[in-house]
Design a binder for this molecule. Sequence first.
Ligand SMILES: [Zn+2]
Length: 301
Amino acid sequence: MKRSIVLAIVGTLALAVVVAQDTTMVIEVEQLEDNLFVLRGEGGGGNTAVFITTDGVVVVDTKNPGWGQPILTQIGELTSNPVTTLINTHSHADHVSGNVAFSTTVEFVTHETTKANMEAMRPYTGRTEPPVNVFEDTNGRGLPTRTFTDRMSLGSGADQVDLYYFGRAHTGGDAWVVFPSLRTLHAGDAFLGKRVPFLDAANGGSGVAIADTLQKAHDTIRNVDTIITGHSTQATWAELNEWAAFNRDFLEMVRAGRSAGRTVDEIANAWTMPAKYVGYAPPNTAGVRRNIQVIVDELEG
Ligand SMILES: [Zn+2]
């Protein structure tokens, strides 16, 4: 209704503005360093990192379907350097779908399991419908062209990016992306924020392994102060340690509940967010129950 009135008055000039408002793909830019930015957007999905190097731009994660072009447009306002490398922290549609807007000259880098997950785009744990698969009709455009197993470095000196894999957590292919010259890490949804995690066992995630994986990341990676989380504001290195402990406490709580003969529902109904985890979001009951079920299935399945 509003659109037709605007069009009638001012014609086609208004179209771009009104369509942009209708789709509400507005990128918000946060500058962390001279050459490192976090791009967010209401309804956009995961946090995008933009690392401007001497010759090119390294992008980490590309949000929901349709967000690739707005990300590219925003990058064009930050630098004239071309995007050379695109890293996806994991396979979920809210982190990879914008890939299809990027040039085929870009190197698309993921963990090897994430590549396999992106090629399959199978339903997430707790859902029966598969996620939107933007790669179905791109003839492979936007899918990973380079993978790593345990560790890989790209570039050198101030432009270096280090990729690590420490095991199963949110999915089976969570990459930890470090910008060593800036003492900053993009953790993807392996650390999505201070809240109950999403354990996507159907794509390799693990409620039994996640605490060990997080602790390994914390204890192995050195010289990082700032963590770009998957969906929240930045976190500190100490908060990663706390996040590992939170997940270990949750696992031990489930183990203790099962040892005491409790059902998944009984364990879920009895659990509340421990007071020592200050600033953690109030838990979603369905999410808590689902994670307990994932852990029980792993322990007893
Ligand atoms: Zn995710």
